[in-house]
Ligand binder design. Sequence first.
Ligand code: UDX
Length: 440
Amino acid sequence: MKIAVVGTGYVGLVTGTCFAETGNQVVCVDIDERKVKMLQGGEIPIYEPGLDVLFDRNVAEGRLQFTTNLSEGIKEAEVIFLALPTPPGEDGSADLKYILKVADDLGNILDHYAVVIDKSTVPVGTAEKVTAAIAKNAKVDFDVVSNPEFLREGVAVEDFMKPDRVVVGTTSAKAKKIMEKLYAPLVRQGNPVIFMDERSAEMTKYAANSFLAMKITFMNEIANLCEKVGANVDDIRRGIGTDSRIGKRFLFAGIGYGGSCFPKDVQALAKTSADYDYDFRILKSVMDVNYDQKKKLLPMVNSYFNNDLKGKTIAVWGLAFKPYTDDIREAPALENIEALLQAGAQVVVYDPEAMANVKGLLGDQITYCHTPYAALDDADGLMIFTEWPQFRTPEFDKMGKLLKNKVIFDGRNLYELEQMKELGYTYFSIGRGCVDPQEA
Ligand code: UDX
């Protein structure tokens, strides 16, 4: 099949590359000349594990190409993906200007039937707006389909190639056939392509992400309560996650969710609810709780250092909003670092992937280290914000010698309480009480 992907951001690039991998002829289009040059030169502007191998192979075999020219890109394309940014406006609603501009252009240049696919996360009713924008000037027949992505950063290639399901919103029989053919290689294991109308598909994406954000938030609240009643949230997670109705995943309490999707999508769904005069109360609580959760470790730090962080050095492990990405959007580490700096502390950080991005934001206000241990040298304590695997089984003896105080504030519950007790660490985590060697 001939496929065009408009927008070579994270979603567009993964979509284009993976569809080339399943044997299609893909052209990715972007207005950013610098980016297109980079891609044509074989360089990938984002960090996503596993993408490079597929990218290199498909570029080399001529199935994956890049252009800044929309007319050239969509030439003979049976399907045209729109994977464009939808940044939140001030009121939380998604800004559709990029999508509608391309839809306008498509109306003028389409010279054959094509299925135009909304891949970006867009509010309910967007497919109708895109249809209207193309139809204004269109001389040919076309269909607009909503096909939301459910990719997790860090495992996007795997999520794309082996999806739990594919959601397709269309009421056109012709478009449905084409979508079935397009996704056939990816759903061989029996995972379904679920067809529905456009509005329901658009809503499904928001419902999925908001539900997951709610699931995490529920556990964060259970964790907060565990601290008060003297229970351990890890045990609660195991105790409820084994109930198949609840499921084991996304039950990890921590320092709050971040990233480019959950915060934005929960907010956007709340905005849609308000637009339709519906008071979606759970969503408001999810946003409120997550706002507080991100600051969860600060009172523990303050109480340990008797509210005096002036001149103290705090080591930070993990800056990305989650492992296997360099993405720091809405990352809990950032606002914690800012609070530490404001309180007069020095901050020394290590992250395997995200340091360059943080440097772009905070510059030399903080110190960047090449290894996790270098960050600990002479530090007064350690805070952890991302569960990179290398932090899970560190050399605790070495850490103890480097740190001035054997104290860890862990926003990801990486270590066992018993172990920390034996090693003589003061250990704060989420929803599991504090380990204090003084009390032993
Ligand atoms: C998410 C959705 O999972 C994906 O389907 C959608 O397309 C985009 O948004 P992503 O933002 O890449 O993906 O990350 P995800 O792995 O879902 O994690 C989101 C946040 O929740 C992270 O900050 C993570 O640390 C946090 N989280 C996740 C928890 O705090 N606890 C958990 O149990 C799971």
